[in-house]
Structure formats: structure tokens, C-alpha cells
Ligand binder design. Structure first.
Ligand code: NAD
Length: 498
């Protein structure tokens, strides 16, 4: 059986006494195993990173950028291979897997601009003979802990800016689909990155805790579910590390009476069911405003959902594939049962679906649930499956209150033709990423990605300028040269520039 091992010092590097199983979600069978690291494997990775980092940081930024340019070209060249490998472990359809890689590639492209992005500031003559300038310097060794649902994009969100800025990086990918992260590391070495600057350590809580406790890791970026994000944030921050931890989500799509209904339904279907709903920017709740909007929306959704095709990852006609594991499938089914018990109406029930020839795969047909109420647990929790809930609102203000009051605040979308509503909505809603007639408002690579409330712990978001800020620290130099003016008297008062 294929065995996936750690990648340390530029080569595969076995270690750890436990193993995890990698499933093929399409057929429901184990296809590989992954070594789960421990404290000693992590310590080896940190040693390798520490040894490689100073020379990498000392290389001029243009040369570091050149490695990123090579990397971008290699990722493009290997796109098909990576997409197929990704789909085989995650279950998403290959076209969607390409999007996963492309969104990460966009951040590599952004990181190619690092000579400009890392520039400091300079003020001549801030005082008599005094100039002030600021520098952005790398932190040293940084680490990233990533979820199963974007095994290319999220590692690349982190490692591209971290490494371009001159840090060494340790990636702890999800133990459920770890093969693509290893290929990402191999390709970066092929692009010219010195061995040891990027290391991949596989594992679960044991390695995560070792990362959080290791004194030589200066910053940790985490993406995953909210309870774990909060735990990782607290433990890492208590150890004095810089932390950014993105959590779960429950994104709402508000549909106003004046919305372009055909377009809104097309957008909602893709955002709710694409990748089997396993996206933190999925749209699992729609909020139609007014009874007429709700009825029209529901009718159209029912008609269009019947046309959706659930299939294997390699089926080019499939809209989405299986969910990631048998446990996750059972958890989603439990939530559908809970929604019924709580009194909402299961309009279309996706449970009990079997794909012919793939009866053991982790497939679920689309589920549509109406008459959801805000006090229901099935609404308050993230389900993370192909389940769309309809929460009806009487007015715009009521609709606006739902995403604003929800525990999660990752993404939200408003479908309307009215600029006044759109402006007020964008201004008032307590959510980090807002789409106006855009169902999945993941910011482009030169903005930053991050949710509010329990969707994000920490101050700085992923990628964009926040990514550069997260992976660098600012040093400010105030300098005076003897030739810059007369000898100054001794002074015991705080210096001012007056
Ligand atoms: P997860 O929280 O189970 O795992 C994320 C990472 O944490 C993995 O690397 C895992 O090994 C590690 N981990 C798991 N349990 C741990 C523990 N007890 N202690 C320490 N580390 C632990 O998340 P997942 O199921 O892989 O991914 C899905 C979740 O991620 C969803 O909640 C989704 O919304 C969220 N997500 C958020 C974003 C975002 O940017 N906000 C993006 C993608 C996914």
C-alpha cells in the first residue's frame, strides 16, 4: 500500500509510530496510509528549518521572487496531475480541484511581488540630522496547520508569502488528504528553494501541540473548525507566538424581492452544493425576503436541484462528488434528522442515495430544508455538507439581522438590484467577506481573506498585505550621523523632535 511520509530537509523522511488511513471517498476504501509524526519528528523539521533559514533570508528578494516565478510555472505545468491526485483523496470533482490549485497559484503570483511588498519606509530629516527608516524582516521559522477541504489552496495561502518573505516554513497538512501538500513541497524544491526552507510534517493533535509548544516556531497560521481554531489560538498565543486562526462558517445568502431570480438560483446552487458543501465559503442558508420571494425561490430551487448530477470525481458532467469520509457523511445525515426533529420541513432529502457502481462511496444527494428557525441547532451549527436551509424573513432588516447575530461571520451574499440596500447591507452586516450578487466572495489574492466572530481568531488575515504583515516584523531605525550637526548637550529628558 502507498505510504505517505514526512518531507524534511528536501527529502522524504520517515518517523512516528502511528499511522493514519487515507480513504478513496468515491469507493469507500483505504487507498494509502500516512505516517503520523510526533514531537521528535517535529523537532527534526524545526532543526532543518532553522539551519536553512538565515541563508534564505539573506538572499536578495529578487532572487527569492525568482523561485516563486519558477514555482508558478511548475504548478501550472503539473496542474492536471495535482488536480487528479487531490480529487482522489478529497472527493471533489477534478474541475473543482483545478480551482482549488488555481486559487493557491494566485497567491504564489502575488508572492512574486515580494521585492516591492517588503519595502520599508524612509523619512529624511525627522529631527536635526536625524533620518528614520523602517524595515520588514522575516520572523524565522513559521508553521501552518491546514484543513482537509482545500489541500492545495490553503497550504499555498500560507507557505507562499511566508517563504517569499524569507522565513522557513513547516506545513502540517490535514491527515485526511496529505499527498498534494507533499507534491507542493517537492515542486517548490524543484523551483529552486533550498532544502530545509519548507518541510512537511504529517500528523494529528500530537504534532499540532508540538508545533504550538516549540520555542523556535515564531508564528502559526491555522485554518480548520472553530473549536480547534480557538484552542490552537489560545495555546499558541500563551506560548508567545504570533497567531492567526481561521474557523468554521455558516454563510447566508439574502434574496431580496427585486433580485434577478434566475441568476440568484444558479449562484446559490453552485455555492450550496459545489464541493458537496465542504467549503468554508459555501452558502448553506438562503434568506428570502417576503413570502412571494420565498415561494418563487423555493419552486425554482426544487426544479433546479432535480437536475443536479452527483458523480465520481472524474465524471466531467458531475456537479459534485462524495463527501470526505464515512464519519462525515453520517454526521451530515444526523443533522438532516435533527432538522426534521426540530420542526423544519425536509423538502428534498439527500439521504439514502447510492451511486450505481459506487454503492460504498460517501455520496449524498442534495438536501433542501425549508421553514428553518433561528433557534434551531441545525441552523446554528456548521453542517459542511450538500444541505441548503431556507430561513424566511419578512423584511430587509430581519434578513440583515440573521448573519449579523450568527456565531459565525465568514462570508455573506446579498442578491438585489437595489444599490441602497446593497450599500447599507455591506456597511452594517457583521461578517468579514461580503458579496453583492456574488455568491462566494473569496477575496482576490491582493486583498485578504478572513472572517469575523467565531470564524477568525487573531488580527491579521490570510494573504494579501495582511499575509506580508503576518510573516514579517517591522524594525524602525532612528539614525544620526556625527556629520549631521553640532555636538548635542547631554540630556536626561525624553528626546523629542521639536
Ligand atoms: P479540523 O478542525 O478537523 O482540522 C484542521 C486541522 O486541525 C487539521 O490539520 C487537523 O489535523 C488539526 N486538528 C484536528 N483536531 C485537532 C485537535 N484536537 N487538536 C489540534 N489539532 C487538531 O477541520 P477539517 O475538518 O479538516 O476542515 C473543515 C473545517 O475547516 C470546517 O469547519 C471549515 O469551515 C473550516 N475551514 C475554514 C476556512 C476559513 O478560512 N475560515 C477555510 C477552510 C476550512
Amino acid at each position: 500500500m502507498r505510504s505517505i511520509t514526512h518531507f524534511i530537509g528536501g527529502e522524504t523522511s520517515p518517523g512516528g509510530h502511528r499511522k493514519g488511513q487515507i480513504f478513496a471517498p468515491t469507493i469507500g476504501e483505504v487507498q494509502a496510509e500516512v505516517q503520523l509524526g510526533d514531537t521528535s519528528v517535529l523537532a527534526r523539521a524545526v532543526d532543518s528549518a532553522k539551519a536553512a533559514q538565515p541563508a534564505w533570508a539573506a538572499m536578495n528578494p529578487q532572487r527569492r521572487a525568482r523561485v516563486m516565478f519558477n514555482y508558478k510555472a511548475l504548478l501550472e505545468k503539473h496542474m492536471d496531475e495535482l488536480a487528479e491526485l487531490l480529487a482522489s483523496e478529497h472527493g471533489k470533482v477534478v474541475a473543482d480541484a483545478r480551482g482549488d490549485i488555481q486559487r493557491g497559484l494566485d497567491v504564489v503570483e502575488f508572492a512574486c511581488g515580494v521585492p516591492h511588498l517588503m519595502k520599508g519606509e524612509y523619512t529624511e530629516g525627522a529631527g536635526p540630522g536625524i533620518d528614520v527608516y523602517s524595515l520588514r524582516q522575516p520572523l524565522g521559522v513559521c508553521a501552518g496547520i491546514t484543513p482537509f477541504n482545500f489541500p492545495a489552496m490553503i497550504p499555498l495561502w500560507m507557505l507562499a508569502p511566508a517563504i517569499a518573505c524569507g522565513n522557513a516554513f513547516i506545513l502540517k497538512p490535514s491527515e485526511r488528504d496529505p499527498s498534494v501538500p507533499v507534491r507542493l513541497a517537492e515542486l517548490l524544491i524543484e523551483a529552486g528553494l533550498p532544502a530545509g526552507v519548507l518541510n512537511v510534517v504529517h500528523g494529528d493533535k500530537e504534532v499540532v501541540d508540538a508545533i504550538l509548544d516549540h520555542p523556535d516556531i515564531k508564528a502559526v497560521s491555522f485554518v480548520g473548525s472553530s473549536d480547534i481554531a480557538q484552542y490552537v489560538y489560545g495555546r499558541g498565543a500563551a506560548a508567545g507566538k504570533r497567531m492567526q486562526c481561521m474557523g468554521g462558517a455558516k454563510n447566508h445568502g439574502i434574496v431580496m424581492p427585486d433580485a434577478d431570480m434566475d441568476q440568484a438560483v444558479a449562484d446559490i446552487l453552485g455555492a450550496a452544493y459545489g464541493s458537496a458543501g465542504e467549503r468554508c465559503m459555501a452558502l448553506p442558508v438562503v434568506v428570502p425576503v417576503g413570502d412571494a420571494t420565498a415561494e418563487a425561490l423555493r419552486d425554482k430551487l426544487v426544479t433546479e436541484i432535480e437536475k443536479l448530477r452527483v458523480g465520481v470525481s472524474t465524471d466531467p458532467e458531475a456537479h459534485y462528488g462524495p463527501v470526505v469520509s464515512a464519519q462525515h457523511k453520517a454526521r451530515i445525515e444526523d443533522y438532516i434528522r435533527m432538522a426534521a426533529e426540530e420542526g423544519s420541513e425536509i423538502v428534498i432529502d439527500g439521504r439514502g442515495f447510492a451511486l450505481q457502481g459506487y454503492e460504498d462511496g460517501y455520496f449524498l444527494a442534495p438536501t433542501l430544508i425549508d421553514h428553518v428557525k433561528p433557534d434551531m441547532k441545525s441552523y446554528q451549527d456548521e453542517i459542511f455538507g450538500p444541505v441548503l436551509q431556507i430561513l424566511r424573513a419578512a423584511t430587509f432588516d430581519e434578513a440583515l439581522s440573521y448573519p449579523t447575530r450568527h456565531q459565525y461571520g465568514n462570508g455573506v451574499a446579498l442578491f438585489t438590484r437595489n444599490g441602497d440596500f446593497a450599500r447599507e447591507f455591506a456597511q452594517k452586516v457583521e461578517v468579514g467577506m461580503v458579496g453583492i450578487n456574488v455568491p462566494i466572495p473569496v477575496p482576490v489574492s491582493y486583498y485578504s481573506f478572513g472572517g469575523w466572530k467565531r470564524s477568525g481568531f487573531g488580527d491579521l488575515n490570510q494573504y494579501g498585505m495582511d499575509g506580508i504583515r503576518f510573516y514579517t516584523r517591522t524594525k524602525t531605525v532612528t539614525q544620526r550621523w556625527p556629520s549631521g550637526g553640532a555636538v548635542l548637550d547631554q540630556s536626561f529628558v525624553i528626546p523629542t523632535m521639536r
